[in-house]
Design a protein around this ligand. Structure first.
Ligand code: MTE
Ligand code: HPA
Ligand code: MOS
Length: 750
């Protein structure tokens, strides 16, 4: 049951927003009198009705919940109608009269640069003397790349409901990846202390980063409506409004100068990134940072000067999206490596491999001074090259292309290295609360949220293993802030690492309390002393280490513990050890470890239309000792296809007035089942124990998204087969059919 499925309190009120029709304008008048007289209307909320802060900005307080004197993007909320039905609210919303003086909006990164419109000052990560290394390089590549963002298209749109309680308290159910932040924002907007606010986060119908901050406003609005009217209130956006109002993956502009030798080895790389932050800052700074961290992807570059800045524009406030800037950084370096390879006439896969981090010390150390410990790139590359039969298939693709004039094929292999941890080090903490009842059943609470990534299933597995219980004995509870406080967002792929370890911690505490109780019962059974340390928990029973008999039901031990007045609940806690990052000096060890993977993609392109199919994909991905192989495969397949969508299908278009034209499924094309690779072979890297995370596992949520670069590069490889042989192959991103057709045409016109 999602948030709105549980919105069933009696006489619940509905909410509908009054949105600005201008991307940038001054507000000269707001008149709600007609709307207030409209049938079924209970209240019309304006900024003046907010008792606390009129602000829901997560990082910087730059997001008015309801606009007062200006609007900064198309769709910005000016008022909200609260009424007995959605129909009544919508009808009244049309009666709210707002007068605007329109201004010229900034709708692209290029506009923002031209008008010096930025949210931040430049942030830089550097190593060595890049200018000197560039000058000393035998070859130099200068270029630019602008590429598009991505709509999250979670199937459950933003939703929240709230119910007022006693003494100014409020309960909020929110579709959020970050219940603690919803609690913070609601308390600030209502002007009440945080202990008055309880936020529950039931499972989401997808988040993908789009619910790390973007649910703030809607949760605040239902809380405001509920506390003002004294009645429960709900709000769920429809698809068009959700797409119009909420932030997306950041589009980027990159400008680069790269030095390389005749073997394709990178010697120096100077990259300037500008992201489109949209109207407010949101998470754009850490997103940009993660792009700067991942501008190396898997490659050792001796001299580096990476700098980035967030542009301020009049579009939705762009936000976290699976990979969190990592994909944008990595797209740039993959573009660079491919251009270098094609300039030199070398196979791109050879140039890629030559540049891998390797050995120890300097050549295995990133530009932010973190060593790539337990580097698995070479091993994965070798296994995938062999497993996918790369060499033979490359020859076959060449043969196909020699004998087919219109339909061409392309083949490419690309690597992924992705840093695991929040780069703001103190976010790397988690809590849990595990409750055991006298019948031996368990409730597990933790601070993570479920959005389809299988976190609850994985953590249930952790508790099963720690307590020796079957799945049927362990119930995963919906995440709420009154069970586990002060949580981090479920993000940065670290949900299972952090919350899994916190649950393990609580389970160990409980086991240690139950062991003496069990030892006493077992001693009675066998008539001699059993040491507490010899008690083992398995299959819903307790027994004695090294013996198959006797077995006592776990439930009996729990009941006895209650009789003996032993506490059967425990809070757990975990903080990632050893992560440090100094933002000002840009040095440290921001990541606890790295996730690795590689993918081979083979595609077929029609030269007359640019239409294409992904024939086959082979993946080797490192998930450590998988906590749940089924879930991990699902994550790898899903992330790959979502990455393909970003790189090939999904195109966001704004008009000159700053209106999003692609605000529904009819104009914005996420991959359909028919776009999925016809054949997809996913291998979880074997013998991959990871000592750094829970039960030897590795984070999996985001890294495989970037395996989809293989599709982009395979498409480019196919395009390269048209027209004059050799040379660079410019390709737009997203590489839509139109973009591919244009790239082919460019080659044939050369
Ligand atoms: N998988 C599904 N099905 N739905 C989602 O919303 N979000 C992704 C990823 N996988 C997502 C998903 C993102 S952006 C992240 S950061 C991780 O899951 C978060 O969960 P984890 O930390 O438990 O992996
Ligand atoms: N990843 C995802 N979400 C985040 C991060 C991050 O590194 N930092 C803050 N929010
Ligand atoms: Mo994921 S973008 O870190 O929510």
């Amino acid at each position: 049951m999602y948030v709105d499925d549980t919105a069933q309190r009696r006489r619940m009120l509905d909410l509908w927003p009054v949105c600005s029709p201008h991307a940038r304008a001054r507000i000269t008048k707001r008149d709600i009198s007609a709307a207030l007289r409209s049938p079924g209307v209970v209240d019309v909320l304006l900024a003046e009705d907010i008792p606390g802060h009129n602000n829901t900005g997560p990082a910087r307080h730059d997001e008015p919940l309801l606009a007062t004197d200006e609007v900064q993007y198309d769709g910005q909320m000016v008022a909200v109608v609260v009424g007995e039905s959605l129909t009544a609210c919508r009808a009244a919303a049309a009666l709210v009269k707002v007068d605007y003086e329109p201004l010229t909006p900034i709708v692209s990164v290029a506009d923002a640069i031209a008008q010096n419109s930025f949210h931040t000052t430049p942030h830089t990560l550097a190593r060595g003397d890049c200018t000197a290394a560039l000058a000393a390089s035998p070859n130099r590549l200068d270029g630019e790349l602008s590429f598009g963002g991505q709509e999250h298209f979670y199937l459950e749109t933003q939703a929240a409901w709230a119910e007022p309680g006693e003494d100014g308290a409020v309960f909020v159910s929110s579709s959020t990846q970050h219940p603690t932040e919803i609690q913070t924002i609601v308390s600030e907007v209502l002007g009440v202390t945080r202990n008055k606010v309880v936020v529950q986060a039931p499972r989401m119908g997808g988040g993908f980063g789009g619910k790390e901050t973007q649910g703030n406003a809607f949760a605040a609005l239902v809380a405001l409506a509920a506390t003002r009217t004294g009645r429960p209130a709900r709000m769920q956006l429809d698809r068009d409004v959700d797409m119009t109002l909420t932030g997306k993956r950041h589009p980027f502009y990159a400008k680069f100068s790269v030095g390389y030798d005749n073997n394709g080895r990178l010697l120096a790389s100077q990259v300037e990134l500008v992201s489109d932050g949209g109207w407010s800052l949101d998470l754009s700074q850490p997103v940009l940072d993660r792009a700067l961290f991942h501008l190396d992807n898997a490659y050792y570059i001796p001299a580096v000067y990476f700098t980035g800045r967030v542009a301020k524009t009049n579009v939705t406030s762009h936000t976290a999206f699976r990979g969190f800037g990592g994909p944008q950084g990595m797209l740039v370096i993959e573009e660079i490596v491919d251009r270098i390879a094609r300039r030199l006439g070398l196979p791109p896969e050879v140039v890629r491999e030559r540049n891998f981090y390797h050995g120890s010390g300097e050549t295995n150390t990133t530009h932010y001074a973190e060593e790539v410990t337990d580097n698995r790139l070479q091993r994965i590359w070798r296994e995938l090259m062999t497993g996918s039969d790369f060499a033979a298939r490359k020859a076959a693709v060449g043969e196909w292309n020699r004998t087919h004039a219109v339909i061409k094929r392309g083949l490419a292999i690309t690597p992924v290295k992705f840093g695991i941890s929040f780069t703001l080090s103190h976010y790397n903490q988690a809590g849990s609360l595990v409750l055991i009842y006298q019948d031996g059943t368990v409730q597990v609470n933790h601070g993570g949220t479920e959005m389809g990534q299988g976190l609850y299933t994985k953590i249930q597995g952790v508790a099963m293993r720690e307590l020796g219980l079957p799945a049927s004995s362990i119930r995963m509870m919906a995440t709420t802030t009154d069970k586990v406080p002060n949580t981090s967002a479920t993000a940065a792929s670290s949900g299972a690492d952090l919350n899994g370890a916190a649950v393990q911690n609580a389970c160990v505490t409980l086991r240690e309390r139950l062991e003496p109780v069990a030892a006493k019962l077992l001693s009675k059974e066998i008539g001699s002393e059993v040491a507490a340390t010899d008690v083992k928990f398995m299959c819903g029973k307790v027994g004695i280490r090294g013996r198959t008999e006797p077995r006592i039901e776990f439930a009996r031990v729990c009941h006895q513990a209650y009789i003996d007045r032993v506490s059967l609940s425990a809070a757990g806690f975990y903080k990632t050890p050893g992560v440090v990052w100094d933002w000002a000096t840009s040095k440290g060890r921001p990541f606890h470890y790295f996730a690795f993977g590689a993918a081979v993609a083979e595609v077929e392109v029609d030269g007359y239309s640019g239409m294409n199919r992904v024939l086959r994909v082979d993946i080797v991905h490192d998930v450590g000792n998988s906590l749940n192989p089924g879930v991990d495969r699902g994550q790898i397949e899903g992330a790959f296809v979502q990455g393909m969508g970003w790189l090939t299908r999904e195109e966001l278009k704004w008009d000159k007035a700053g209106r999003l034209l692609t605000h529904s499924a009819s104009t914005y094309q996420i991959p359909a089942i028919s776009d999925a690779p016809i054949q997809m072979n996913v291998t979880l890297l074997p013998k991959a124990d990871n000592a750094s995370a829970i039960h030897g596992s590795k984070a999996v949520g985001e890294p495989p998204l970037m395996l989809a670069f293989s599709v982009r590069e395979a498409l480019r490889d196919a395009v390269a087969a048209y027209g004059v042989a050799g040379g660079e192959v410019p390709l737009a991103s997203p590489a839509t059919n139109e973009a591919i057709f244009a790239a082919i045409k460019r080659r044939c016109d050369m």
